[in-house]
Design a protein around this ligand. Structure first.
Ligand code: ADP
Ligand code: ADP
Length: 225
């Protein structure tokens, strides 16, 4: 069963007099243990798609299912709860807090959860992304690739169903980008998450299981399934 599924999704925006369809009858799905890449030029609807999959915004038409549940008509509070427990976010500019250590950054999204030993889990995750010797370093003491590993560990702290990555290699040189993509490929299986990446970087397609190509809000190609 798909962990995230968009069915016939339309998202319209009102731009003054004009109404534009940022997404125009789009279908999408991703499974655990799979990496799906959404690729397209600027303005093609990638961010809008990311907002739908990340439950950050709701469609004008169509439905969104998370883990088999229809979340399309959930309230803002319900969506926030689903995001918190179900989705980990990774951004191209890492979004780490500069005054916190790697471990503290990773712990942050789980602060509300008193049922687990956050500290241990954060350190364990950092070890699993190869940063066992950087646990107490601050972001400015880490390389770009290491920062992105911290961000990936942080995204996994609440054991999400989906890891949603917005241009995860956008601020990295090619070699570092490839290392991060290799890491993601390993994690999708080890952590049993669906990885959904949004990018305009064709290099990412070498690492992905399936590709959804967007042009002007329309899916023009689905490959790998
Ligand atoms: P991408 O991420 O591929 O660059 P977006 O999803 O950001 O594409 O945008 C798709 C289209 O929707 C663009 O034409 C953009 O101008 C429009 N759009 C996106 N967000 C809004 C908004 N909040 N209000 C009006 N138009 C928007
Ligand atoms: P863009 O793709 O347009 O450059 P960003 O990558 O900054 O924009 O953000 C993509 C989307 O993720 C935006 O809609 C933004 O509101 C949302 N977002 C940013 N930070 C967070 C966060 N910490 N948690 C959840 N959603 C976020």
């Amino acid at each position: 069963m798909s962990v995230i599924e968009l069915t016939d999704v339309v998202k319209r925006y009102q731009n003054g007099e004009e109404v534009i369809a940022a997404l125009d009858h789009v279908d999408f799905q991703a499974d655990r243990g799979e990496m799906v890449t959404i690729i397209g030029p600027s303005g093609s609807g990638k961010s809008t798609m990311l907002n739908m999959i990340g439950l950050l915004d709701t469609p004008t038409e169509g439905t969104v299912h998370l883990d088999g549940r229809n979340v399309t008509d959930f309230t803002e509070d319900e969506l926030t709860e689903e995001r918190r427990s179900g989705i980990g976010f990774v951004f191209q500019d890492f979004h780490l807090l500069p005054m916190l250590t790697a471990t503290e950054n990773v712990e942050l999204p789980s602060m509300w959860d008193t049922s687990v030993d956050r500290h241990d889990r954060a350190q364990d995750l950092l070890q699993r992304v190869g940063l066992g010797d950087r646990l107490n370093h601050r972001p400015d003491q880490l390389s770009g690739g290491q920062r992105q590993r911290v961000a990936i560990a942080r995204a996994l702290i609440n054991e999400p169903d989906i890891l949603l990555a917005d241009e995860p290699t956008g601020n990295l040189d090619q070699d570092t980008g490839e290392t991060i993509l290799t890491e993601l490929t390993r994690l999708k299986e080890d952590e049993n998450v669906a990885i959904v990446a949004v990018t305009h970087d064709e290099q990412m397609l070498e690492y992905t299981d399936s590709t959804v190509r967007l042009v002007d809000g329309v899916v023009t190609e689905v490959s790998g399934r």
